[in-house]
Design a protein around this ligand. Structure first.
Ligand SMILES: [Zn+2]
Length: 440
């Protein structure tokens, strides 16, 4: 959208501002917004005449938060077996309607952009993530800007195989590239092309086992180096970044060598793999919230998954401490859907508790994520000419990182989404989402 002199000017004032890249906060901050863009910003700026002034008081302005790892079309925060049974008679359209409330909860929590890493419904070709993204872009519903992955790509019997753990051929046939399941470099290329053809902005693949899958070990490699090379080459030719689900150390080393853009989870990565990441400039998306939630509800999961979750939880804390010490590029990402949507900001405290400086944690969710997503020229920092994706949180997040959980104002592309308390979610959703992750 271009700038018109006639566009209304909105001035945001707050005690402090984090701009998404600096090492310190700016005091007595003023940000001037016209249309969908930031036109000026600084300390104690003069207010243009006729502007609408919003004084947010003892708050900190920040670029809208980003989450590099969500699943806005899903919710598997409840009882695992119950959800698995319900999935068999799930009405996908009904789930799509629910997803609109997840999108709203996410943006109201201050997350104005998400990378949505996989959406699939066993036996259904529906791409609810594409529908959600398009509906948000067209202004039909309110939600964060979405970069979607459609079906994640993975091996037969691997973490993404939707028929894993069910009786052989229960669904009539083995899944194929149209469901993201592919074996061999050529089939992987086909799966990438199929995802892009159907609206993927980013390519997601599972290169190692996972916690919430029934027929694999959590850290075994699931793609060969040749398959990973094909995955990365085909994705990059089509100008898509590659995010890989990976807990295992061997799979991580092979994926980093193949040139993936981000390692999601990375639980069992040893210092050698981290060194490789550092040299290649690969991002780490730690998703600490996912293990945190699973551990807090461990009885909700079958025994086989409990063992995998416990091993991953122990390993990931050490891995993350090492990553912070080594200065690995960290992209903020939570795996929302493993826990109820809208609690994304609790990731910040987990990062800080494991040794990250608060300002670095804030940077991971703004400037770093924008760089990883390939949208840094438009948003992710507060600068003249950037999109006006701006939030405010009560207090000072560098003194108390949980300020990130108290977002009071959300603006996306110059439009005010929220100023004050969040809108109440529909009754059915609030009943379902009642469980909160424990504070510590
Ligand atoms: Zn995930």
């Amino acid at each position: 959208m271009s700038l018109f002199a006639a566009d209304k000017v909105i001035v945001l004032k707050a005690a402090r501002m984090f701009d998404g890249k600096s090492k310190t906060l700016l005091q007595s901050a003023v940000v001037i917004v016209q249309g969908d863009k930031i036109v000026d910003l600084g300390a104690n700026l003069a207010i243009p005449s006729g502007a609408k002034v919003i004084d947010l008081g003892d708050a900190t302005l920040s670029p809208g938060f980003m989450d590099a790892h969500t699943h806005l079309t899903l919710d598997f925060s409840g009882n695992f077996n119950e959800r698995r049974l319900k999935e068999l008679d799930l009405n996908v359209s009904e789930q799509a309607i629910k997803a609109t409330t997840y999108a709203r909860a996410t943006i109201e929590a201050g997350f104005t952009t998400v990378r949505d890493l996989g959406s699939r419904f066993v036996g259904s070709p529906e791409r609810v993530d594409v529908a959600l993204r398009n509906s948000i872009n067209k202004g039909v519903i309110v939600g964060p800007r979405m970069l979607v992955a459609t079906k994640g790509i993975g091996a037969t019997g691997g973490h993404f195989d939707p028929t894993s753990g069910f009786r052989d051929l229960l669904f009539g046939r083995e899944p194929d590239a149209s469901e993201g399941i592919a074996d061999g470099p050529d089939a992987i290329r086909k799966a990438v092309r199929f995802d892009v053809k159907n609206g993927a902005d980013v390519i997601k693949a599972a290169v190692s086992g996972g916690v919430l899958s029934l027929a694999d070990e959590v850290d075994t490699p699931q793609l060969t180096p040749a398959e990973m090379a094909a995955l990365v080459d085909e994705s990059h030719r089509l100008r898509r970044k590659v995010a890989v689900h990976c807990h295992g150390d061997q799979a991580a080393r092979e994926a980093i060598e193949a040139g993936v853009d981000s390692i999601e989870h990375g639980s069992f990565m040893k210092p050698e793999a981290l060194t490789l990441m550092k040299n290649k400039g690969t991002f780490l998306t730690p998703t600490l919230m996912a293990t945190e939630w699973i551990m807090s509800k461990i009885d909700n999961y079958p025994p086989a998954l409990q063992a995998k979750a416990k091993a991953a939880a122990v390993a990931r804390s050490e891995m993350f401490r090492n990553a912070v010490k080594m200065g690995i590029k960290v992209s903020f990402g939570t795996d929302a859907a493993v826990f109820p949507h809208g609690q994304n900001a609790k990731e910040f405290k987990l990062m800080v508790d494991l040794g990250m400086q608060p300002i670095e944690a804030l940077k991971s969710a703004t400037g770093n994520d924008a760089e990883l997503f390939g949208i840094a020229q438009k948003t992710g920092t507060l600068e003249k000419g950037k999109l006006a994706d701006i939030i405010a949180m009560t207090g000072d997040p560098t003194a108390d990182i949980t300020a990130t959980e108290r977002v009071s104002f959300v603006m996306k592309e110059g439009k005010i989404i929220r100023n004050g308390p969040p809108s109440a979610p529909p009754v059915a959703v609030s009943a379902e989402q009642e469980p909160e992750i424990p504070a510590d």
